[in-house]
Design a protein around this ligand. Structure first.
Ligand code: SAH
Length: 383
């Protein structure tokens, strides 16, 4: 093996390569296949970033690897902790693009909410991320990198088989994952790999606003749980609040749910329904919802609208949400009301947003308001 010195910028990041690609990279340096397996273990099971500490490799091999490669995460440029234990990290990549990633600890699980794009193209009216123009898709390294960084921050290397701080993944952060399917699929396969991060497909949920043509592939190739951001029961209202509906209207979306590979009573589809006062929260809406999804193994997640500065909606009161939920529940569907988590740090559903964009004057203004709200909420004494 010859040692070719390489400049920092020429070193290739091994994170985000699938196994075959990793083997090919190593083969190019003259290393045998089984080394790929060892390195995979170090990167994804042990969380090691320094080749010098990969002690199952001979010292010259470690040195050679360090010359050519790196194991790189994003940099966390902001780390916010909610009074309810939720954490939110703002991550920055070398090209200065930023995204947010959220950890939500619960009694029986810990969920990491992962982003798939910088910004989002969908412009759902109630979603904060939708006010940010899309800058770009995230690469698989950047999607996997969110999990690696969260495990660094939570000190969970190597992760225990049970009782993990990160036991579940939801692709529910910034972006529309089915508009970045190839990178998301590659990243999720790495995350599911049993010799690495090892989070099973049963503990992974991908949420889509309804990119109908990609839903089948998601089920067939990844087998992860599907969540669908339904939010309205008529095309008229859904067109207005989820503009993607104009492209893929409700009837097509519901058919794609019926056809989702692997759906059954043990693996139900989750319909997300953000409760917007006076828009989609009536008893008639609840009854129509039940008729719409009849026959689909499903549960309904009622999400109280999470406000953000300048949002043109309000959250219904608890009684209205409960009345809606009771109708759905009485029709035989689980209809839990999702407790907002991390609202004080703008980490709840639909509140994520980074500043990766060119700022117009009004956007600059809004950011100032946002910063002020955040500062005020953080000053408030913990309950
Ligand atoms: N683009 C995907 C992934 C985002 S998931 C999707 O639309 O499913 C984020 C979830 O939070 C979606 O169900 C979204 O509709 C919901 N959401 C967005 N803004 C919200 C808000 N302000 N309050 C509550 N939920 C919101």
């Amino acid at each position: 093996m010859t040692t070719i010195p390489a400049a920092e910028s020429e070193r290739k990041n091994l994170v985000g390569l699938d196994r075959a690609e990793l083997e090919a990279e190593l083969a190019a340096t003259g290393l045998p296949k089984f080394r790929a397996r060892q390195i995979w273990h170090w990167i994804y099971h042990r969380g090691e970033t320094d080749f010098a500490r990969m002690t199952t490799l001979a010292k010259p091999v470690r040195a050679e690897l360090a010359q050519r490669f790196m194991v790189e995460r994003a940099e966390a440029v902001r780390d916010l902790a909610s009074i309810d234990g939720t954490r939110k990290w703002l991550l920055k990549w070398p090209d200065s693009q930023e995204i947010e990633c959220v950890h939500i600890p619960e009694e029986d699980r810990g969920t990491l909410c992962v982003s798939s794009q910088v910004g989002c193209t969908l412009t759902c009216r109630f979603c904060h991320t939708g006010t940010q123009r899309l800058v770009r898709n995230l690469a698989s390294a950047e999607i996997v990198g969110q999990v690696l960084l969260a495990r660094d921050k939570l000190g969970e290397w190597p992760a225990p088989p049970d009782g993990r701080l990160i036991s579940n993944i939801v692709m529910m952060g910034m972006g529309e994952p089915l508009y970045n399917f190839d990178n998301v699929a590659k990243a999720l396969k790495i995350i599911m790999d049993g010799e690495g991060i090892a989070i099973s497909k049963r503990r992974i949920t991908l949420s889509t606003a309804g990119v109908v043509p990609m839903m089948r592939r998601c089920g067939a190739e990844l087998g992860v749980n599907l969540a669908v951001s339904l939010h309205a029961v008529t095309d008229e209202i859904r067109d207005r609040i989820v503009p993607l509906n104009k492209k893929y209207p409700i009837a097509e979306l519901i058919q794609a749910c019926r056809d989702y590979p692997g759906v059954n009573n043990a693996r139900r589809i989750t319909f997300e329904y953000v409760m917007l006062k006076g828009v989609n929260d009536s008893a008639a809406d609840a009854r129509a919802l039940v008729r719409l999804i009849r026959g689909i193994p499903a549960k309904v997640n009622l999400i109280p609208f999470n406000p953000w500065p300048g949002a043109p909606f309000e959250c219904p009161d608890d009684a209205a949400i409960k009345a809606f939920g009771d109708i759905v529940f009485d029709a035989g569907y689980a209809a839990p009301v999702r407790t907002p988590r991390g609202r004080d740090i703008l980490a709840a559903c639909g509140q994520l947003r980074s500043d990766s964009q060119k700022l117009t004057k009004s956007e600059r203004l809004r950011r100032e308001v946002e910063a002020a709200v955040l500062a005020k909420e953080q000053e408030a004494p913990a309950a």
